[in-house]
Design a protein around this ligand. Sequence first.
Ligand SMILES: N[C@@H](CCC[C@H](N)C(=O)O)C(=O)O
Length: 283
Amino acid sequence: MNALHFLKGHGTENDFVIVPDAEGVIELSAADVAKLCDRRAGIGGDGLLRVVRSAAHPEAREMAAEAEWFMDYRNSDGSVAEMCGNGSRVFALYLRRAGLVEAGDLAIATRAGIRRVHLAKDGDVTVGMGAARLIDGDVTVSVGDRSWPARHVNMGNPHAVAFIDDLDEAGDLFRAPGVAPAGAYPDGVNVEFVVDRGPRHVAMRVHERGSGETRSCGTGACAVAVASARRDGVDPAVTGRPETYTVDVPGGRLVITEHPDGAVEMTGPAVIVAEGRTEDGWL
Ligand SMILES: N[C@@H](CCC[C@H](N)C(=O)O)C(=O)O
């Protein structure tokens, strides 16, 4: 492949290689993505965001009238995922900096549907993340010989949220936690470990499907906020009031609000740190 134009960005230290590809002509195999995301031999990232015009991508064509740009998200192992919350903030920041969108409000197409984004003047980015789906059934997550009950939450992508006493209990997370029953997550799962920090304030670690332990996960923080609210007996659909949880991640802080109609909003930072080109023929 010829030299590839890329940028590098992060949201609460969940970091991404950004590949502008307006016309959808760059074919990136899983091996290409893994090579770009490699932290020693590549650019390095938890995932890759390919920026494609919705009209130019078969999975996004139907959304093109409402959302001009499609976020083609890949995990660092090259696998495809439906949605990335931190990535969507970085994606929106890239679009604005590149002059591809005009205003501070825009819609982006993702495999989980259209997401509405607001870029505030102070640099924070708010994303309408859709509703959380809490799925009934007993799920257990385990690390080594320890295991905990977990809540199955779908934020467009799958999550298992386990409340524990101390974040160190989750160990080094070099390997994916075990999840049972195996059939609960046929396509794999992101696992969040959560502790309380105060009223409506929690902290989490995450092991991401396709990436390993990362410093943050936006969809995971939303899953954690909603699971924490239900555990606390808080449900905006019942109170008729929006409810906000602060979720600390190793890479910073995300603020998550759930509205009475179920809509979940996430606010956090987005940063672009670099721009460059790969060497001709490296990929
Ligand atoms: N880091 C992301 C989630 C990325 C996708 C995830 N690993 C999956 O496979 O579902 C986020 O910020 O939401």
